[in-house]
Structure formats: C-alpha cells, structure tokens
Design a protein around this ligand. Structure first.
Ligand code: SMG
Ligand code: MG
Length: 372
C-alpha cells in the first residue's frame, strides 16, 4: 500500500475508578490514536504511551512528535509498504517502541481490512476466547481494595493481579488470598518499586501461592531479578525490563525471567510481540499478554495476540467496563465466564463508535503526503 495521510488524534477518556500503581495515580487517559489513509483504505492504531514518562521513557506528546516528524516521513516516502516493513524501515531511529507500535498497528489494521482478513487469522491463534485477568490498583484502605476485588470476583474474572509497593504487600496479599480462596489465580505487580536489599522480604510472598511476582526490581536490574528468582519459590515475571527480543533471550538465559509479560507497545509492535512469543515457546517460558489500559482498539488486538498457544496464563485483558464507562468502539470487550472472545471483525478486530470518538477528541493533526 502507499501511504497518503496521517491523522494524529488525541482523546480524553476518564477512568471509572482511579488506578494507582507504585509510580502514580491515573484518573483519565490522554490517548494518541494514529489513523493512516492509504490507497487501499484506512486503519487505526492506539498508542499506549502515558502522559508522563513514568512507566517507561515514552510519553504521549513525545510519541506524537516522533511519529509526525521522524517516522512518518520515512514511511511515506518509501513507496509500497506493508505493516511488516515498519520495523526494518524505522530500525535506524532508536527507541520509541510505543510510537512505532502504534504506527505499525494502524498499517496492520489497514492492510488486514484491505485483505478482508483480521489479526486473529493472521496470527493463527488456536482459541476463539482467552481467559481474562484483572489488574487491581493500590487503595487508600484495605477495605476498599477488598471491596474492589470482590466486585471483580463477582464479575467472573479468571485471575486477580494486585499492585504492590513497599508498605503495601504482605498484608493486602494475605487478605486478598483469604477473600478469593486457595484455588483462584493471584499475582502481584510491583512496577520496579523494590531493591535487591528487599529479596528476603519478597520471599515472604511465597506462602501465598502466587502465580508470579511481576517486575519487583528496576528495569535494568536483570542480575537482581536472577538472584531473587533463585531465592524465591514464586516465579519471577518481567515486564518493564523486556524491551526487545534480545533482552528477553538474555533475561531467560540469566534466570531473571521465569515468565514474561508481553506488551506490544513495550516491544515495538504486534509483529515483534508475536516473535517474542515464538522465542518464549522455544525456550519453554510461559507468557501472558499485559495491558496498558487500552481502549477497544488496543484490547481487540491484544486478544488476538493472546490467542496464540504460548499465552498459557490469563492476560490483563479485562472488560472495557473495568476502566471505561463508554468505549470508542461499537462492541466493547466483555467478560463472559471468565473469558474474552477473540474478535474476528476485519482488521485488528474493532469498529469505531465515531460519534463518541468525536465527542471526546481534544485535538486532530493531519499530514498529507503527495506522491509524484
Ligand atoms: O490494562 O488492565 C490493564 C492494566 C494492566 O497493570 C496493568 N498495567 O505494569 O502491567 C503494568 C501496568 C502498566 C500500566 S500502569 C498505569
Ligand atoms: Mg506490569
């Protein structure tokens, strides 16, 4: 396809409840949507960069700028391009995986729609529904945490993940385990809040039979994670640390990652995420699909990814209603019997609710490309 127009659209969408992690509290998302028009039709991608560079170095204003001024000119002047060309064409421009992933997703959506196909078919996942886990934030009180968790249990989620940080770990985990009982999957995510000196403390989580401890130490600290993995009987899972296929391979070899959380935005796109899945299957490392509070655009594509056979643990693929009162797609993801259906509508697997999208749009920037 030949690229004709780039539209960078920002929306403001409120969360139904504030989401607090060890790095801050989100009450609404300022989402960058990438809309590309090509000679064979158009496509949309969602950028998962947050307002502030707290999860990773990327942030939404920076993502918009680098797409507009650095990535788009390269792709638009490349002649015929496919989604699979995005990564190699942009490889000389360092970093910015979330920005690259959003652009690649828009091309993938356009390409699949033009073929009359969808991401689920492209990936060849062997399931038509995937187990749905929910990520639960840090609360001012334990009672509030337990009330939220009970609500998600009542909604039928397949597993619970709670955010932890120093001072909010053993007690919340103990109470949640007591509440949900011994058989339900439970895991924790520290978003890098601990240090190597906390290894003994983190080993005290072993008694709660957790599925995994996600990213307890800083992203660069692969050796510390390997030390913790050797000391702890709970599997160590990496999220922030795994920024490429190479870091995944190295972390596995070092014994730092016994499980990997795959997020397309963090690794530079859905196609790279698929290759990371293949590597992990090859190495015998279980994976699951992470979440970045996506709207229906990103969640649809995540569900298609999570249908691949190596995704043996429930993902952070909760119902749209877990974060949003109204989504920007016509058929928001729902949880039924603990599962999310993998969408099979053309493209990434969604149709936009244009009326609502327009109502929450805060800015639109368009770049037209004239071909000779
Ligand atoms: O999308 O359901 C979701 C949120 C999952 O906890 C979640 N994401 O580190 O895994 C993680 C966090 C990153 C975003 S926190 C603002
Ligand atoms: Mg995480």
């Amino acid at each position: 396809m030949r690229l004709e127009q780039l539209e960078l659209r920002r929306i403001a969408i409120d969360l139904v409840v504030p989401f607090r992690t060890s790095f801050g509290t989100e009450t609404s998302r300022d989402v960058l949507l990438v809309h590309v028009t090509t000679d064979v039709g158009d496509g949309w991608g969602e950028c998962v960069a947050m307002t502030e560079p707290v999860y990773s170095p990327e942030f939404v204003d920076g993502a918009q700028l680098v797409i507009r001024d650095h990535f788009w000119p390269v792709l638009a002047s490349a002649g015929e391009v496919r989604a699979a060309d995005v990564e190699p064409l942009l490889a000389h421009l360092h970093g910015h995986p979330m920005a690259k992933a959003a652009l690649e997703a828009a091309l993938l959506d356009a390409e699949l729609r033009a073929e009359g196909s969808n991401l689920h078919a492209r990936f060849g996942g062997d399931r038509d529904r995937v187990p749905s886990g929910v990520s639960v934030g840090i609360f001012p009180t334990l009672d509030e945490l337990l009330a939220q968790v009970q609500g998600y249990v009542d909604e039928g989620y397949a597993r619970i993940k709670i955010k932890i940080e120093p001072g909010w770990d053993l007690e919340p985990v103990r109470l949640v385990r007591d509440l949900i009982g011994p058989d339900m999957g439970l895991q924790v995510d520290a978003n890098t809040a601990y240090a190597r000196t906390d290894i003994d403390h983190l080993c005290r989580l072993d008694e709660f039979d957790l599925l995994l401890i996600e990213q307890p130490l800083p992203e660069e600290d692969l050796l510390g994670h390997a030390q913790l993995a050797a000391a702890s009987s709970t599997p160590i899972c990496l999220d922030e640390s795994i920024v490429s296929i190479r870091t995944a391979a190295d972390a596995i070899e070092l014994g730092a990652a016994e499980i990997i959380n795959i997020k397309p935005g963090r690794v530079g796109g859905y196609l790279a995420a698929r290759r990371m899945h293949d590597l992990c299957v090859d190495r015998g490392v279980p994976v699951w699909c992470g979440g970045m509070l996506e709207t229906g655009i990103g969640r649809a594509a995540n569900a298609a990814l999570a249908a691949l056979p190596g995704f043996t643990l429930p993902g952070d693929i909760s119902a749209s209603s877990r974060f949003y009162a109204r989504d920007i797609v016509t058929e928001p993801i729902t949880v039924d019997d603990g599962h999310v259906a993998v969408p099979t509508t053309p493209g990434l697997g969604f149709e936009l609710d244009h009326e609502f999208l327009d109502a929450i749009t805060t800015s639109v920037e368009q770049v037209r490309t004239e071909h000779a």
